[in-house]
Design a protein around this ligand. Structure first.
Ligand code: FAD
Length: 320
């Protein structure tokens, strides 16, 4: 057995689970398909401009999570959105929080898992693209639910019917994100804007958030526009989104524009429990499919699954 526990996904849910488990002494590895950590807490640099491309801020409603956020603030990893008492951002970009969570954890990046098989002797076998097979005793899946379930389908794993029905009921909305660099100050209000009409649902200037010195505008399209236009060529989508964002760009020129397509941006509804653990398969699920499509929900879900598993492992650790 190479490792006891594999966690798939280095988003906030997977990293939160990993931190809890590693504190309890478990041997684990986090497998992440991307080059960086953070998942949908993503920060992208384009020249001198810096954009939060996915989550724009997070809230801290639960006391435990508020204490985590305060710790991140004390460590210089998070700060309030300028002028707001209820919104928190990663300092220098949302990924700074994820990078902090990943410290001291064995995160293997650019490791895309393509199938998860349950071996009859009771262990998991993970196919990793261009990197062979990893065998583990326990498996935690934290990718958006359809992606997690696809790995099990690919490995021919059959889940108990009731759990399968519940997990398969979670679907996600897409979100198209335009990243625009302007040649001067924008007309976006410092707190960002959530338009109530039209194709857009969010416009914010990352420069005013303190991420960079220039006007770097993140524009999120709403769910209907995103679903309808998802497959259209980049230039056409950018043209439509830039035109819709024009009231907040002033008369500035767009000097660079890029498009990010979030296929799984937020769940439609969510499951009203923090995680799923299937003991007979040594298999767990966490992420923002549970408790709500927000950073805080994903963190709390990952932590809760981590604590659940750590409590199970504790007697075995004591015996050893
Ligand atoms: C456009 C947008 C705007 C948002 N705005 C906000 C906001 O303002 N406030 C807020 O609180 N939340 C917001 N959210 C939601 C928030 O970002 C998510 O709820 C949260 O980040 C989810 O974390 P997670 O760990 O559950 O999933 P993810 O962050 O999706 O992490 C899953 C990870 O698994 C990896 N992965 C997937 N498949 C594999 C595989 N086969 N092998 C290896 N790795 C794999 C992915 O690369 C990813 O890193 C927004 C999301 C988007 C997309």
């Amino acid at each position: 057995m190479n490792r006891k526990i594999a966690i798939i996904g280095a988003g906030v849910a997977g990293l939160s689970a990993a931190r809890v488990l590693s504190t309890s002494g478990a041997r684990l590895v986090v497998l992440e398909k991307s080059r960086g950590v953070g998942g949908r807490m993503a920060t992208k640099r384009v020249g001198e401009a810096v954009f939060d491309t996915g989550a724009q801020f997070f809230t801290a409603r639960a006391d435990g999570f508020a204490a985590d956020v305060q710790r991140w603030v004390d460590l210089g990893r998070a700060e309030p959105w300028p002028g707001s008492a209820h919104r928190w951002i990663g300092r220098g970009g949302m990924t700074s929080v994820a990078k902090h969570l990943a410290e001291g954890i064995d995160v293997e990046r650019e490791r895309k898992v393509t199938a998860a098989r349950r071996h009859e002797s009771g262990y998991w076998e993970l196919d990793i693209e261009n990197a062979g097979i990893l065998r583990v005793e326990r498996l935690l899946l934290t990718a958006p639910m359809p992606q997690s379930l696809a790995l099990l389908d690919q490995g021919g794993v059959r889940l108990p019917d009731d759990v399968a029905g519940e997990l398969r009921s979670v679907s996600y909305r897409p979100c198209l994100a335009a990243l625009l660099v302007l040649d001067g100050s924008s007309a976006v209000p410092p707190e960002g804007v959530a338009p109530s009409e039209g194709p857009l649902r969010w416009v914010a200037d990352n420069g005013l958030k303190g991420l960079c010195r220039q006007a770097a505008i993140t524009v999120h399209a709403g769910p209907e526009f995103s679903a309808r236009e998802y497959g259209r060529p980049e230039a056409e989508v950018l043209e439509s989104m830039t035109a819709a964002a024009r009231p907040w760009l002033g008369d500035r020129r767009v000097v660079s524009a890029a498009l990010h397509r979030w296929r799984y941006s937020e769940p439609v509804g969510s499951l009203p429990r923090p995680f799923v653990w299937i003991p007979e398969l040594s298999l767990g699920f966490a992420g923002d499919a549970f408790l709500g499509g927000r950073v805080e929900a994903a963190a709390l879900s990952g932590q809760a699954l981590g604590h659940h598993l750590a409590a199970q492992l504790a007697p075995a650790a004591n015996e050893a």
